[in-house]
Design a protein around this ligand. Structure first.
Ligand SMILES: Cc1cc2nc3c(=O)[nH]c(=O)nc-3n(C[C@H](O)[C@H](O)[C@H](O)COP(=O)(O)OP(=O)(O)OC[C@H]3O[C@@H](n4cnc5c(N)ncnc54)[C@H](O)[C@@H]3O)c2cc1C
Length: 476
């Protein structure tokens, strides 16, 4: 099999989102890194982030942030992880500012922090109103000076002597093989696999399948966060509406003015899973709307939202909303240095599972996790001696892709065991034969879909899933 390109680096980073860039920015001087991304370096969920980044910088200590994280996660976190991330989080704003990121301030000069669901107080720092992801990423990409290979999809990790020693895939349609002393999966979440998602279509959980292929431990895959407010336009979803709007006074209501979250002590700022469940229940009978009229300076503070409404010719004062797939709480299990259970393989950001988010991520804790854990990984990374480039093993692809429609119906806010089981049986019977970029991408997606269905079934049974419990994929 002829290869188009063979490359070598110290650290191969799969992804160009905030987690990947944080690793790259914090690697010791002299350590080489190469970043790869399926699309352009800007096609990431990190660029899409709106509300902001949570930090206890303005508080006496990180304890209240830590307590809110644990409460939103229904106590299913690793307390030492929560302690670590929220404590380290106290300095992220000044660290990002040192890289040139500018956070919004009030006229008097104080930070203009916002509040989102399940945060006891305002602690969300934002940039450019609801353009935080874009503003932050553009600035950090300018500061990052490692090379990036765009339009490059990784479809296999390479192993030698039980260690991950590189990765293989396609640059465009040409085969590529990259050997590395460490491989970092910073490949994001799973939303692109499902319909009505806030994610970029390219974010399809590949990291989970790649990690499972080499036997890395995964955890908590049954916990998918559904965002409560996705804009509805002509019956279709038209993108995320930031929760910061509810933090600024907007509220959910039915057409006749009944408040959707009236039953809850935290009202419209209850945790995301509780708001999503309330909206899902009401939408079985009637539509749900977000009333933004109480928000002062709407266009100035929420330009992304207002411009989207203008483009769609919708009145931004009252918009119809539905729930949509947003974030995966579980992922590839790592310690606080980003190490997975397989030597040479690291994971960071949304694809990793460090025990921070439990069953429901606290709003704006994801960008925080990406930056803090990227830095922690880079600072603790120990590389083995350089070794020879391994030979690529044969690759199998699959015959057809995953049905987004069917997956989205079963991986919904309300899970049903018989439907999950039926979808899983259908996917388990798929066979893998062809090779080529498309076929291999489909194989990754089917593997990830199976992992998520297994995760959801284990969640219903009240168990935690590790991938050792899964049946192997059918091959021919
Ligand atoms: C609309 C929206 C709004 C959000 N708002 C907020 C917010 O305000 N605050 C907050 O904290 N969080 C927010 N989130 C969540 C947060 O943005 C993400 O969880 C976070 O940015 C994930 O970063 P990441 O670096 O892990 O992955 P991403 O930024 O998603 O990047 C993944 C990268 O991996 C690459 N990749 C994937 N698979 C492969 C492969 N096989 N080969 C090569 N490359 C691959 C992709 O091309 C991409 O470069 C939001 C998410 C969305 C979608």
């Amino acid at each position: 099999m002829s290869l188009h390109k063979r490359l070598k680096t110290d650290v191969l980073i799969i992804g160009t989102g905030l987690a990947a860039i944080s690793v790259a920015l914090h690697l010791p001087n002299g350590m080489q890194a190469l970043l790869v991304t399926k699309g352009t370096q800007r096609q990431t969920n990190s660029m899409r982030a709106q509300g902001g980044i949570a930090s206890a910088q303005l508080e006496k200590n990180h304890e209240a942030h830590s307590a809110d994280t644990i409460r939103a996660a229904k106590n299913r976190t690793n307390p030492s992880t929560v302690d670590f991330v929220t404590r380290e989080g106290r300095t992220v704003i000044s660290e990002l500012e040192a890289f040139g990121v500018k956070f919004d301030r009030k006229k008097q000069g104080d930070y203009a922090v916002g509040r989102e669901g399940a945060h006891g107080i305002p602690r969300i720092f934002h940039s450019g109103g609801d353009r935080t992801g874009r503003q932050m990423m553009e600035q950090l990409l300018k500061k990052m000076n490692h090379p990036v290979l765009e339009q490059t999809v990784i479809t296999r990790l390479l192993t030698a002597d039980g260690r991950v020693v590189g990765a293989a895939g396609y640059e465009g349609d040409e085969r590529i093989e990259i050997s590395a002393r460490a491989v970092v999966l910073a490949s994001g979440g799973i939303g692109g696999l499902l319909l009505t998602s806030t994610n970029d279509d390219m974010i399809t959980g590949d990291g989970l399948a790649l990690a499972a292929d080499v036997g890395a431990e995964l955890s908590d895959l049954g916990y998918i966060q559904h965002h409560p407010t996705i804009l509805v336009h002509q019956g279709k979803s038209a993108g995320l509406i930031t929760e910061a709007l509810r933090g600024a006074g907007a509220y959910l209501m039915t057409r006749d003015g009944r408040r959707v979250m009236d039953h809850h002590p935290e009202g419209d700022l209850a945790a995301r899973d509780e708001v999503a469940a309330a909206i899902t229940a009401i939408r079985k009978q009637e539509s749900v709307y977000l009333n933004t009229t109480p928000v002062a300076q709407l266009a100035e503070r929420f330009p992304t939202f207002v411009q989207k409404c203008e483009k769609l010719n919708i009145n931004p004062g009252l918009v119809e909303v539905t729930t949509g797939v947003h974030f995966l709480m579980g992922g590839i299990k790592t310690n606080l240095a980003g190490q997975t259970s397989v030597a040479g393989l690291y994971a960071v950001g949304e694809t990793a599972s460090i025990g921070l988010h439990g069953t429901n991520r606290l709003a704006s804790n994801s960008l925080l996790e990406c930056f803090v854990m990227g830095k922690a990984l880079a600072r603790q990374l120990q590389l083995p001696p350089r070794r020879a480039l391994p030979t690529l093993r044969p690759i199998f692809g699959c015959e057809d892709g995953v049905s987004k429609q069917q997956l989205s119906e079963v991986l919904a806010v309300e899970l049903q065991e018989d439907r999950l089981q039926a979808a899983l049986e259908q996917l388990t019977n798929k066979s893998f034969r062809q090779t080529g970029r498309r076929a291999e991408q489909h194989r990754l997606q089917i593997t990830t879909a199976r992992l998520l269905l297994e995760g959801a079934l284990h969640r219903l049974k009240g168990e935690q899933l590790t991938n050792e419990q899964m049946a192997p994929a059918a091959t021919t």
